[in-house]
Design a protein around this ligand. Structure first.
Ligand SMILES: NC(=O)c1ccc[n+]([C@@H]2O[C@H](COP(=O)([O-])OP(=O)(O)OC[C@H]3O[C@@H](n4cnc5c(N)ncnc54)[C@H](OP(=O)(O)O)[C@@H]3O)[C@@H](O)[C@H]2O)c1
Length: 230
């Protein structure tokens, strides 16, 4: 089947109780150095990175590829040193003072007509992509289709839970990498890998476990999504 969208891989670290951040939604920095290296390796094989505005607001920055071997691997596969970093947001309400905007990377904004107005004529984003549904939501299907025409074949989706939920609802996720970290965060409002409205059991997204690695205190789970057969 020809896919008119990039191959998508979600990469997230979570606590043993399934939280990706604490109740204050502070930046999640509980993964080990090994987890950070794993994340960097996943970023290094992507043509573009996609993340939700709240993830950017929490971290203020994005992880870039810096390991010489990964940079070399990108060069050998004729990729630019860094994947494109794409922020998805309805509001486009982002602080231009964030360190993200001075990082040596290409930044694209995926937003609504209203959101685009806020950044028009500014230099922070190399591209502003507007794909809107009739209800002024972002048309993710059209946006992903457009990304393929721009040469984006592999997309790493780095959260947060709201973005992952919106893509899962549309069956636009192919793989999950989840790192289970040795801590309990708790909190009924602390974010999890998949937020949104959730799925009733019959409609729950089914996974196939393809790889498990335990490295010191962390477990790296690699799943493929079972795509609906319709
Ligand atoms: N542990 C980890 O690996 C990890 C990774 C990433 C993030 N996090 C944590 O996760 C938390 C953030 O996650 P979150 O679930 O709250 O938020 P999120 O998904 O990062 O961002 C939500 C916001 O992004 C925009 N957005 C997301 N999906 C969209 C869609 N389909 N269409 C249009 N806009 C969309 C909207 O921005 P606007 O409101 O501007 O319209 C929305 O309010 C932070 O605390 C962060 O530290 C943890």
């Amino acid at each position: 089947m020809v896919q008119h969208r990039p191959h998508t891989t979600v990469v997230l670290a979570m606590s043993a109780d399934g939280k990706i951040a604490d109740v204050t939604r502070s930046p999640a920095r509980f993964g080990s150095k090994t987890d950070k290296a794993h994340l960097e390796a996943q970023i290094a094989i992507a043509d573009a990175i996609l993340f939700g505005a709240s993830t950017l607001r929490a971290y203020g920055t994005t992880l870039t590829v810096s390991h010489p071997q990964l940079l070399q691997q990108r060069e050998q596969t004729l990729k630019p040193p860094q994947p494109v970093q794409i922020v998805i947001t309805h509001s486009a309400n982002l602080n231009p003072e964030m360190r993200f905007f001075t990082q040596p990377i290409k930044r694209w904004l995926l937003t609504t007509t209203a959101g685009a107005l806020l950044w028009k004529g500014r230099r922070e984003f190399e591209q502003i992509l507007v794909f809107e549904t009739p209800t002024a939501k972002i048309d993710i299907k059209a946006a992903l289709q457009h990304l393929t025409t721009l040469g984006i074949k592999r997309l790493a989706v780095l959260g947060g839970g709201e973005l992952v939920a919106s893509m899962l609802e549309l069956d636009f996720i192919d793989e999950f990498w989840l790192t289970v970290c040795p801590l309990i965060i708790g909190g009924s409002t602390a974010p999890t890998p998949v937020e949104g409205r959730g799925f009733l059991p019959k409609l729950a997204k089914r996974l196939q476990l393809v790889e498990v690695q335990t490295i010191e205190q962390e477990v790296f789970l690699h799943y493929l999504l079972q795509q609906p057969t319709d």
